[in-house]
Design a protein around this ligand. Structure first.
Ligand SMILES: Cc1ncc(COP(=O)(O)O)c(C=O)c1O
Length: 458
């Protein structure tokens, strides 16, 4: 256990993804169509290729990773598992803190783990062009990178506030050959409608998703599809390679038990990636605290109800059973752009409802304080999203110190913050503040979904 980083050989990479839907104590609730009935695969066909729709609806426990996909993942996978020794020493904790470094991918985060297979399945299906949305720019750059490798056109609607704050992310996308437009835009009916109602809106992921879906389904040639970077079952499935690798790495250095697993949550994909293989252990009796961490300003899991809701503002997606702040909710413009989403992955929401994981919310300033402490002890500069997981890992390490317990804490280091330094600058200049969502704003957001069917799993 006396190591700083644990590497796996390429030959030891997991060859199958893990599907939590196979093991949940209660069956996941199906998405509902406009008629209130469960969605049928053909209804999703204008939006996604059928090979991805099959994965989305699958309840098979293990799903093979195609060899061609693995060959592309080898560019940066298996990703290293680090032990945060200097952070441990600084905190004086008896806990051993491990982090899975997903910032080593070409785009700088976990997002390419699903961008590569999604682009590959679309190409197999004969699709020529993908549309998508991006918040902080991490997902858009991941898909742009994947499309460049696989030979697809890529169009990205980027949430306006991030488009303005993060020009380098747009340039990354353009370097990989993608076209990037600030959202809301005048290119789509959904964008034009929002601009008419709220000309000064900072944008939101919910708005950008509406635009990207509209752009895909309105291509009369039928050769465009939409790709989503989080929330959906197949996206979470592709991310489980993170937790599966981490398990092998921990075993390699003789760690027999993990006590705490942590990931930040926007739509839920990196958290699912690190945690679902451990949730499987928990379902089978292991005692593990599993913690999704979100911003106080966008408290989807900690304050949003488990309800049926749409994934986007224009209600183009089916109704999904998830924790939600209401599809019309526009989160305040905090710097963790990737965590500004009104909804949460149905599988993550379901796991919370089953009591398999316990969400927490953290304020922005604590996150930056934790990010800076991490950078000054461990060296790597985290993305603002990742800093939420770091803040929680620090809390857990301090708790272990108070309790005098030698706990093993694992968290997902979802991405680097080298394109997010403007946020750090604002923090150093004292220009950032904490923001708790006022009850009145929460109630206003939820008003839009008060007539939606209730989601109930037990
Ligand atoms: C670095 C990073 N971490 C986390 C997230 C949150 O997304 P998810 O909850 O799908 O992992 C994002 C989203 O853009 C991100 O860029």
């Amino acid at each position: 256990m006396d190591v700083t980083k644990v590497q796996l050989d390429e030959k030891d990479i997991p060859r199958q993804w893990y599907n939590l839907a196979a093991d949940l104590p209660h069956a996941p609730l199906p998405p509902l169509g406009p008629d209130g009935q469960p969605v049928k695969p053909e209804m999703l066909a204008p939006v996604f290729p059928m090979n991805i729709i099959e994965q989305e609806m699958s309840t098979q426990r293990w799903i093979d990773i195609p060899d061609e996909v693995l060959k592309m993942l080898y560019l940066w996978r298996p990703s290293p598992l680090y032990r945060a020794r200097r952070l441990e020493e600084y905190l004086g904790t008896p806990a051993r803190i491990y982090f899975k470094h997903e910032g080593v991918s070409p785009a700088g985060s976990h997002k390419p783990n699903t961008a590569i297979p999604q682009a590959w399945y679309n190409k197999q299906f004969g699709i020529k062009r993908l549309t998508t949305e991006t918040g902080a720019g991490q997902w858009g750059s991941a898909l742009a990178f994947a499309c460049a490798l696989i030979g697809l056109e890529c169009k990205v609607y980027m949430v306006r506030i991030s488009f303005e704050q993060k020009p380098f992310r747009r340039l990354m996308m353009e370097t990989w050959g993608a076209k990037c437009t600030p959202s809301p835009s005048t290119e789509t009916a959904a964008g034009r409608q929002i601009l008419k109602e709220q000309p000064d809106t900072p944008g939101s992921l919910g708005i950008a998703i509406s635009e990207a879906i509209e752009a895909a389904v309105s291509d009369a040639t039928g050769s465009t599809r939409y790709s989503l970077g989080s929330v959906l079952n197949h996206v979470l499935l592709h991310q489980t390679i993170i937790g599966l690798e981490a398990k092998k790495q921990l075993a390699k250095i003789g760690e027999k038990k993990v006590d705490v697993v942590i990931g930040c949550v926007g739509g839920g994909s990196n958290f699912a990636g690190i945690s679902f293989p451990f949730i499987a252990d928990k379902i089978n009796g292991a005692k593990i605290d599993i913690i999704p961490v979100e911003p106080e300003s966008c408290p989807t899991l900690t304050r949003g109800p488990f309800s049926y809701d749409h994934g986007d503002v224009a209600k183009m997606t089916p109704l999904m059973a998830m924790h939600s702040l209401g599809h019309r909710f526009v989160p305040p413009p905090i710097h963790a752009g990737g965590l500004r989403y009104h909804g949460m992955a149905p599988l993550v929401s379901h796991a919370v409802e089953e009591g398999l994981c316990t969400p927490r919310a953290v304020h922005q300033l604590r996150c930056y304080e934790s990010a800076v402490l991490f950078a000054r002890t461990e060296g790597f500069i985290p993305a603002p999203e990742t800093s939420h997981a770091i803040a929680c890992a620090i809390d857990e390490a301090k708790k272990a110190k108070e309790e005098g317990k030698e706990k093993v804490i694992l968290f997902n280091w979802s991405g680097h913050g080298l394109m997010d330094l403007v946020g750090y600058d604002k923090y150093f200049q004292g220009k950032l503040s904490d923001y708790s969502l006022p009850d009145a704003d929460l109630a206003a957001g939820l008003d839009a979904i008060k007539h939606h069917p209730k989601a109930k799993i037990r």
